[in-house]
Design a protein. Structure first.
Length: 121
């Protein structure tokens, strides 16, 4: 049976959100995923911060399962959709998969991080 652990955190949207989230996810991810997970969450939180209204909060959910870490960020939207979240290119280069959803009221982004697998010998 797969072991699944869910972690949640809420941060004020602002300049300290991404560094705080990065430190938090490193502790959760463990040695094999920590660096890539930190890069991914930094991009996800930067995108949420850019879309969050003044005084908004960012909710982060991290789900750790054997072989995968899923990260989701959610925030109320400031109503100004952007085509590409800040830091998206850097973030996506470390994620296995990524997606965003944005409405007038809310913004969410999620990513999956998996261990690197050596191809060929």
């Amino acid at each position: 049976m797969k072991e699944r652990t869910v972690y949640e955190q809420s941060l004020p949207a602002g300049p300290d959100a991404a560094p705080s989230a990065s430190a938090w996810i490193r502790a959760i991810a463990g040695e094999g995923l920590a660096e890539r997970a930190a890069s991914v969450i930094t991009g996800l939180v930067a995108g949420a911060t850019a879309r969050s209204p003044h005084g908004g909060r960012i909710k982060i959910t991290a789900t750790l399962e054997p072989g995968e870490l899923r990260i989701e960020v959610r925030t109320p939207s400031n109503g100004f959709p952007q085509s590409t979240p800040p830091g998206w290119a850097e973030c996506s280069s470390h994620a296995w998969s990524m997606a965003t959803r944005e409405t007038e009221d809310h913004y969410s982004a999620e990513a999956s991080v998996r261990p690197m697998v050596a191809v060929g010998s």
